[in-house]
Design a protein around this ligand. Structure first.
Ligand SMILES: [Zn+2]
Length: 230
């Protein structure tokens, strides 16, 4: 049965949680069922498959929630990331599938024109598209320190505690120059975010201009897999 009288909302994409939906964009009707086999048990089962519009739409909503700038949300991961970069991110993502692996942080460094922010945005979209259950948060170093600094006045640490919980935390533009770095208590809290995340096996992605920047804020470069961008 064709369902065509749904209210017009969300650009004509209707993803209400019904057993079947009708996508006005691609004309996809109902839930598409796909056969799959469990590699361990060999058992066959049927899974519900969403149309690409729905997957892309949910990914975009998650990009928005993650704090990724709108101009980066539409980028095509397959075009923007080369095969090697995709493999590296797949490896990074694998930590979530194997409990025995130790999560590693990623460090992206290079000069200002090396498009680190764009790379981080595309990488986070790629990870979100791989698993829509993953929570990703993007924040600049400056805004993170601003949030930390605010807690000294308000006494409310809930905003800072949120940074412990994201599956992947991306801290962009780490630099020694900002005046917040000179306030020791800010940096103690900043480092505690890394300690807590490391303990819980939650990886963090950091970007900076040069490796020396990490020394100034007492972050051990040994905690990261480095990736230089030129
Ligand atoms: Zn569709």
């Amino acid at each position: 049965m064709e369902i065509s009288n749904y209210d017009d909302w969300n650009d004509g994409l209707d993803f209400r949680p019904t057993y079947s939906y009708f996508c006005e964009k691609c004309g996809y009707k109902g839930t598409f069922l796909k056969k799959a086999t469990d590699p361990e048990t060999g058992l066959s089962y049927t899974i519900a498959q969403d149309c690409e519009c729905k997957v892309e739409y949910i990914a975009k909503m998650r990009m928005k929630a993650a704090g990724i700038h709108p101009s980066y949300r539409d980028l095509d991961c397959k075009k923007e990331l080369n095969e090697k970069e995709q493999q590296a991110l797949d490896k990074f993502y694998d930590f979530y599938k194997d409990e025995n692996k130790i999560a590693k942080n990623l460090l992206v460094y290079g000069p200002n024109q090396s498009k680190k922010t764009k790379f981080l945005a595309v990488a986070s979209k790629y990870l979100i598209m791989k698993s829509l259950n993953l929570t990703v948060k993007y924040i600049t170093f400056h805004d993170l320190l601003l949030t930390i600094n605010k807690t000294w006045k308000t006494g409310d640490y809930s905003e800072v505690e949120e940074f412990y919980s994201y599956d992947i935390l991306i801290i962009d533009k780490v630099e020694a120059g900002t005046h917040f770095v000179k306030q020791n208590m800010n940096m103690v809290t900043f480092n505690s975010i890394f300690d807590k995340r490391d303990l819980e096996q939650k990886p963090t992605i950091v970007s900076c201009g040069k490796l020396d920047d990490l020394d100034y804020i007492n972050l051990d470069a040994g905690r990261f897999i480095p990736r230089e961008m030129k």
